[in-house]
Design a protein around this ligand. Structure first.
Ligand SMILES: O=C(O)Cc1cc(O)ccc1O
Ligand SMILES: [Fe+2]
Length: 428
């Protein structure tokens, strides 16, 4: 599938699927072109500072309000907030690859919450989910009024139709779907798996670059928004809505993907992590992983994120007289990690693609025995860490694992053993 995109994080985009559909010089003319309805989607408060303000005008065949009333819908695996946890444990946790079920499941039904924090009602915190699905959302759409969703595919491409157009996202790429914007996910490759960060807090944005300067890490222009595309959906569509942590459904007479033109800076985005310009040590010592921050959702305490999305992409290691993998560590912040492909240098064998790990606040962790032995005795040549992509959702709030995470079968009960062989080698 060859799709067209517009480039830039938070740009003022403008797109029309039919020439002339976008009003010029005003947002709500008495009658919009082609008798479309004008609708404003406000992603931030009207009065949010200009630099953070996000809204988009859509020109559509019917306004979203035609959806009418909703009835309850069951999705018992997709949970919200710290309250959904089955108990926080004080030790490191790790999971093997989460299994994609053989029973039919689309993206909406295939979401399983692994761990969550914060509270939807307080607009704070995130959930770490996996999606495990094997079929497309057939005549079905989803809208999440609780949070934006950062999708990290691990197996299989996703074709994401949104109100603003279509994104295709493959493993190695990520997608960011704005809170409250309808989408449908198709899985052209069949069984598909990936991770989701559902963010109830402040919208993800690019981190400040400080002394790095005006370029580097994730560059704004490498984020891609769709172009306007509407479908002929006269045969109807089910709309599933997540609202205040619960699920609802309604049957629409037509498709919600009926936006013919739009303009604004609130848009779904995709980003290819291959475009991430890594910065690292060219002298000595292992830098803090914050140098690999792709996006950050700030909290009200400066520098202490509601969530940072951090990646560990292919890169050169050249530091001299340095223990190159991550150091042993205890962190006030909580670290949820996943692996898209390859090996993670701190856990070359035990951490597997499609699995996850959780090191909550002040839970000690670090390289396993194998990684430690190798890194502390190898001959330090410039070395390319290649064919690897791990990531971290790092949050100031403790992640609460769910019953699915603890009892669903993927939990690695022997995780702690990976450090058991680290001997006291003190030789005064
Ligand atoms: O725990 C982890 O593997 C993530 C991590 C990576 C790193 O390079 C430094 C610190 C850190 O927490
Ligand atoms: Fe860590």
């Amino acid at each position: 599938m060859s799709l067209t995109y517009q480039s830039g994080f938070g740009n003022e985009f403008a797109s029309e699927a039919v020439p002339g559909a976008l009003p010029q010089g005003r947002n709500s003319p008495q009658r919009a072109p082609f008798d479309l309805y004008a609708e404003l989607v406000s992603g931030t408060a009207f009065t949010a500072p200009r630099a953070e303000n996000r809204r988009t005008w859509v020109y559509r065949r019917q306004p979203s309000v035609v959806s009418g009333a909703f009835a309850p819908y069951e999705q018992k695996w997709w949970l919200s907030g710290a309250a959904a946890g089955a108990g926080v444990l004080p030790e490191p946790l790790r999971w093997g690859p989460f299994e994609i079920p053989s029973e039919p499941a689309d993206f909406t039904d295939g979401i399983r919450t692994v761990a969550a924090n914060g509270d939807v009602m307080a607009q704070s915190g995130v959930a770490a989910h996996v999606y495990l699905c094997n079929r497309s959302m057939d005549r079905r759409a989803m809208v999440n009024a609780d949070g934006e969703m950062l999708l990290v595919p691990q197996q299989g491409r996703l074709v994401i139709r949104t109100e603003l157009g279509v994104l295709e996202v493959k493993p190695g790429e990520v997608a960011l779907l704005p809170r409250g914007m309808a989408f449908r996910v198709d899985v052209p490759d069949g069984p598909s798996r990936g991770y989701i960060c559902e963010n109830y807090g402040a919208m993800f944005r690019l981190p400040e670059l400080g002394p790095i300067g005006s370029n580097g890490l994730a560059n704004a222009r490498d984020f891609q928004a769709p172009v306007a595309a509407y479908e002929d959906g006269s045969s109807g569509c089910e709309l599933v809505k997540k609202f205040a942590g619960r699920f609802w459904r309604t049957q629409l007479k037509a498709t919600p993907f009926n936006v013919v033109a739009w303009h604004g800076n609130l848009a779904p985005l995709k980003y290819d992590t291959a475009n991430f310009m890594t910065i690292g040590s060219i002298s000595f010592d292992h830098p803090d992983p914050s140098i690999f921050t792709v996006l950050t959702s700030p909290s009200d305490t400066p520098g202490t994120a509601n969530c940072d999305f951090v990646i560990f992409p292919p890169r050169w290691l050249v530091a001299e007289d340095t223990f190159r993998p991550p150091w042993y560590h205890r962190n006030v912040m909580s670290e949820f990690m996943g692996l898209v492909y390859g090996q993670y240098d701190a856990k070359p064998q035990g951490f597997r693609p499609g699995g996850a790990s959780l090191h909550n606040a002040f839970v000690p962790h670090g390289p396993d025995e194998e990684a430690f032995e190798k890194a502390s005795s190898s001959n330090l040549q410039p070395h390319k860490l290649d064919n690897t992509l791990a990531f971290m959702f790092e949050s100031r709030w403790l992640f609460h694992p769910t019953a699915y995470a603890l009892q669903g079968g993927a939990l690695d009960k022997d995780y702690a053993q990976c450090w058991a062989g680290l001997q006291d080698k003190f030789k005064p």
